[in-house]
Write a protein that binds this ligand. Structure first.
Ligand SMILES: [Zn+2]
Length: 572
């Protein structure tokens, strides 16, 4: 037991008292003011200063995460919600301008070159960029954008339909889209689509305001448009908007035909004339979802077995998290939706949140979050704290990649027919992700490079993209619904330009999977190497360390799409 408890001991703090609790602005500010007035005069003293700041950032991040985690676990607890919101909307906005001053102090250090050369190159680059982009006049504009984002949530969350005499949320309707009866699926689809259209004008109006605000934010920061601003702000040092468009062209050439083939197979299997939007989620054999476990302990057990089949310590880490209360997986009333992993930066251990059912999809989610958690464990000793967060384009390689490796071992845990079904779903998901990412990225590029567009022009641009990436689903008679599909993609409203990362990571995950099938030992060793670098090096170096090529244009599609299609054919 001791060995288990000591698996990941909490490192001692060097600058702050162990009982330091950053639960109000004055406490945090007093340390920041000390940092601002400190006069480090040697290289070592500057390294300590960076480390001091990292320590403060770690404990503040842990406080923020604990409050957020507690509130999503119990969304009907007003006290927990207030504690979380106070931290985000009252305390952090006061902290940010002082953070900007600390950034500037670092940049003015006479030892900056030496600091950069001592392993702080990525850290330095990020701080320099933050200072370059910071505009006081954008602070209220960003707050307005945040309010519009809440408006989007409010409109979406209020959507319900009356189904068989009961009020049902739209996510509650999604299971009916997988019903073996086609008429039931169509009925559910039309009910939901009609409800969404009722708020069409409201959502379009919210988005018009967002586009205007975002364009102004970009102009204030000295950019021509918000696309170029965001590309810079998201620290995309290693690929350009043009690379993303070239990726879209490769998707059209290699991915779209493969997804059309998958959809054509689906059409034939279902025995229908044309594939309609309500035909895409149903199981081809009319089988119910496979349920490989019944409770959280069983959930951990199945996911840990799959992870340990890749490398024995992988599953051990998940079991250890479970033993330490770092997993909250079971569904219960008033628990928030979705799933995520984050790191408690003071204890330096990951936590996983999920609102799980009992299906294979929930196993995939836990393995996915388990991959993120491994990343947290493998880079937990890195300093400063910024280096313990890899860029999203690689973070999702850790998670999607582990999902792909675990897929190779389903036969050790599942009955044979379920192995085939799960593999087929995974392979289809890998390919269709690319087509959707290219559509969403292309749309956002158009929106922000045409900031004066009208609602009609925007709709026309969207429909053009849907035609360009048409994967063979027939929307005739549903023209209005088709024109409004993008309203469902919350990223467009709430985290603009966060989308291409999924595709870049999926390309890494697929390469990892192909490597694993060639030489599993080398692949796992490289995976560890990549993850242990956290965010301390750039994207191409992270990919390279993991034995992968960073390929933002998708130039290698021609090599591996046929391999995926061949594997998929074995499952149908
Ligand atoms: Zn993820």
């Amino acid at each position: 037991m001791t060995e288990i408890l000591d698996r990941h001991p909490q490192p001692a703090l060097s600058f702050l008292a162990e009982d330091f609790v950053p639960d109000n602005f004055d406490t945090i500010n007093s340390v920041m003011q000390e940092m601002l007035t400190a006069m480090p005069s040697t290289f070592d003293e500057w390294r300590d200063w960076v480390q001091w700041r990292s320590e403060l950032d770690s404990v503040v991040a842990e406080e923020a995460l604990q409050r957020m985690y507690a509130s999503v676990c119990k969304t009907n607890d007003a006290v927990l919600e207030k504690a979380h919101l106070d931290f985000q909307t009252e305390i952090m906005p006061l902290v940010q301008p002082i953070d900007d001053l600390l950034d500037r102090k670092y940049l003015e250090s006479p030892f900056r070159d030496a600091l950069r050369a001592s392993g702080l190159e990525v850290y330095d680059k990020s701080i320099e960029l933050g200072v370059k982009l910071f505009r006081q006049e954008n602070v209220p504009l960003n707050a307005d954008d945040e309010k519009l984002s809440n408006e989007y949530t409010r409109i979406i969350a209020a959507m319900t339909v009356m189904y068989k005499g009961a009020e049902v949320t739209l996510s509650g309707m999604s299971k009916h889209l997988a019903n073996p009866e086609r008429a039931v699926r169509e009925d559910a689809f039309r009910l939901v689509a009609t409800r969404r259209l009722q708020d069409h004008a409201a959502l379009d109006g919210v988005f018009d305001k967002m586009v205007a605000l975002r364009h102004q934010i970009a102009v204030n920061a000295g950019f021509d448009n918000y696309r170029d601003y965001m590309h810079t702000a998201k620290e995309r040092f290693d690929y350009t908007p043009a690379d993303c468009l070239a990726f879209g062209e490769n998707v059209k050439k290699y991915i779209v035909p493969a997804v059309r083939k998958i959809n054509e197979h689906r059409r034939q299997k279902l025995g229908v004339d044309v594939l309609r939007p309500w035909d895409t989620a149903v199981d081809l054999d009319g089988a119910a979802a496979f349920e490989p476990f019944t409770d959280a302990a069983g959930h951990v057990d199945v996911a840990a077995k799959l992870m340990s089949a890749v490398a024995s310590d992988f599953g051990d880490e998940l079991r250890w998290m479970h033993s330490q209360g770092l997993l909250d997986l079971e569904t219960r009333p008033h628990k928030g939706p979705g799933g995520f992993m984050d790191n408690l930066e003071k204890r330096r251990v990951p936590v996983i949140f999920a609102n799980s059912g009992t299906t294979h999809g929930d196993v995939e989610t836990l393995v996915h979050e388990g991959g993120h958690a491994l990343n947290g464990f493998f880079c937990r000793d890195l300093e400063p704290v910024n280096y313990r967060t890899p860029p999203l384009e690689f973070a999702e390689v850790a998670s999607m990649g582990l999902e792909a490796l675990a897929m190779e071992h389903l036969g050790e845990v599942y009955p044979e027919n379920e192995v085939q079904r799960a593999r087929r779903d995974s392979l289809e998901g890998m390919l269709s992700t690319f087509a959707w990412v290219a559509t969403i990225d292309g749309f956002q590029q158009w929106i922000y490079t045409h900031p004066q567009h009208t609602s009609e022009e925007r709709t026309a641009a969207w429909l053009q993209l849907l035609d360009d990436f048409n994967t063979g689903v027939d929307w005739s008679g549903l023209e209005q619904e088709r024109a409004a599909i993008w309203h469902r993609q919350l990223h467009i409203f709430q985290v603009p330009f966060y989308y291409i990362e999924y595709a870049l990571a999926q390309m890494g995950a697929i390469q990892l999977w192909l490597n694993y099938r060639q030489d599993s030992a080398t692949c796992v060793a490289d995976y560890r190497k990549g993850l242990s670098l956290g965010g301390a090096v750039g994207l191409p170096q992270l990919f390279e360390a993991a034995g992968l090529k960073f390929d933002p244009r998708g130039n290698a599609f021609s090599e591996w799409v046929p391999q995926i299609v061949a594997e998929w054919e074995k499952t149908v």
